[in-house]
Ligand binder design. Structure first.
Ligand code: PLP
Length: 444
């Protein structure tokens, strides 16, 4: 069936088999082969697949109404999901706007910031600083914030030119500073950039609190987070946390921001928020930003599917599941188990240069020399090769090729938050088998 003709196109032609069904952490193709969903798809399926309680709640909503345009009706699923989201996020974040995906969430956050600035007579503020490397989405606005040139440059000069600062990739730094001092150094670089640009022109700073596809689960030194918040406050710059990948419990807190006690001004959510049961995202913002915008005539922004009752019913059921099963606690506990497994793997394979992560968002990176963190020969296509070897053995990994700013090809291990210790052991056994085959094929 894999060879059946296809009229679909994505980035590449798709050589993968047809998906038959999925349940828990497992996916099954049409030939009956089983795969562990080691990356929750693209860090999406946080509560696992085919959760019967979520499906039942979705079916109940389907029987009532699948669509109700938000300008014509209020709906209980959207109001209830907004209330639940506010209850689960840190105090201060208390207004919600729904979207259908991550790129939409990021762009909505920037537009809210911009409209708020206008209500404050700060129309000069239009520059949005982001980091290099980073990933914030693929629509033009989100793409310009993305710090990865191969995705942006083919479209230049459309929507280009937002300023960037270096992401704190401190494990590649070769200075004598402590981690603490390095964190402060990267935050000071943001301050310097704001001063260079003219603080009165800077609208917002956007960051992924734990890196996703861009830097592979990169965690900054603790000192970075608080200092960035201070720098933004000093200049009235709106701090946007892109928690599209990290949000909804993946890192062992509902928001990754909570690990550092930070309350951003706006948070972007998607992926695990709908957990694959519906295309869903949201921005959660401080009411101090939202109320002036509403008073001035309303947020001049909105998508047809925003607040769709079926999507919101799914999102609400997902959050209830996260709470009732203590999946955030499980992400923290199983994250520790997975991290120690990864450290063990690093002791076994010389070509693993670095392992990192927070909760169940973890990564390992391949290099040819750990001491110098020299990337592997690109001709090895390691990022593809190891993914395929793992896939053939029944484990789905998510990889990114080296992209400047990080050393080598990296692989995200981010299973659903329902995973058990025994299932982690099962996953690691397949990964070891794949790494052995990789070593055999490449001579590493
Ligand atoms: N922001 C982050 C941090 C992401 O990881 C992603 C997707 O990978 C996006 C934004 C874009 O989300 P979407 O693909 O749903 O538009």
């Amino acid at each position: 069936m894999t060879d059946a003709p296809s009229y679909l196109f994505y980035q590449t032609r798709n050589p993968r088999p047809f998906l038959d069904r999925a349940e828990g952490i497992y996916m099954f193709d049409e030939d009956g082969r089983r795969y562990i969903d080691g990356s929750s798809g693209a860090m999406v399926s946080n509560i696992g697949h085919s959760n019967p309680r979520v499906l039942a709640k979705m079916k109940a909503q389907m029987n009532r109404a699948t669509f109700g345009y938000r300008l014509h009706f209020r709906t209980h699923p959207s109001e209830d999901l907004a209330a639940k989201t506010v209850a689960m996020t840190p105090e201060g974040l208390d207004r919600v706007f729904f979207v259908s995906g991550g790129s939409e969430a990021v762009e909505s956050a920037v537009k809210l910031a911009r409209q708020y600035a206008l209500t404050q007579g700060q129309g000069k503020r239009h520059k949005v600083i982001s980091r290099f490397p980073s990933y914030h989405g693929c629509t033009f606005g989100a793409l310009d914030l993305t710090g990865y040139d191969p995705l942006r440059e083919p479209f230049a000069p459309m929507m280009e030119g937002m300023p960037k600062v270096a992401a704190p990739v401190t494990y590649l730094d070769r200075d004598d500073l402590s981690e603490e001092a390095r964190g402060l150094k990267y935050a000071e670089a943001l301050r310097t950039r704001i001063l260079e640009l003219g603080p009165e022109t800077v609208l917002a700073f956007v960051m992924e609190p734990v890196g996703g596809a861009s830097t592979g689960a990169l965690v900054a030194p603790d000192s970075y987070y608080g200092r960035v918040r201070e720098v933004c406050d000093e200049f009235g710059v709106i701090l946007i946390y892109d928690e599209v990948m990290t949000g909804a419990g993946r890192t062992g807190k509902f928001l990754a921001a909570e690990h550092w006690g930070i309350t951003p001004d706006i948070v972007a959510l998607s992926k695990g928020f709908g957990a694959g049961y519906a295309p869903l995202g949201a921005i959660v913002a401080r009411h101090e930003l939202v109320e002036p915008v509403l008073d001035a005539g309303g947020f001049a922004h909105g998508f047809t599917y925003a607040g769709n009752p079926l999507a919101c019913a799914a999102g609400l059921a997902v959050l209830e599941e996260i709470e009732e099963q203590d999946l955030i606690g499980n992400a923290a506990r199983m994250g520790e188990v997975l991290m120690s497994e990864l450290r063990q793997l690093m002791a076994e394979y010389d070509f693993i240069g670095h392992v990192r992560g927070k909760g169940l968002l973890t990564a390992f990176e391949l290099v040819s020399d750990r001491a110098t963190m020299t990337p592997l020969d690109p001709g090895l296509n390691a990022y593809d090769r190891l993914v395929n070897l793992a896939y053939e053995r029944g484990l789905i990994l998510y990889s990114r090729r080296t992209r400047g700013g990080t050393a080598g090809d990296h692989f995200l291990l981010a299973p659903p938050l329902i995973i058990t210790e025994a299932q982690i052991a099962e996953m690691m056994a397949i990964l070891r088998d794949g790494l052995d085959a990789f070593a055999g094929e490449t001579g590493l």
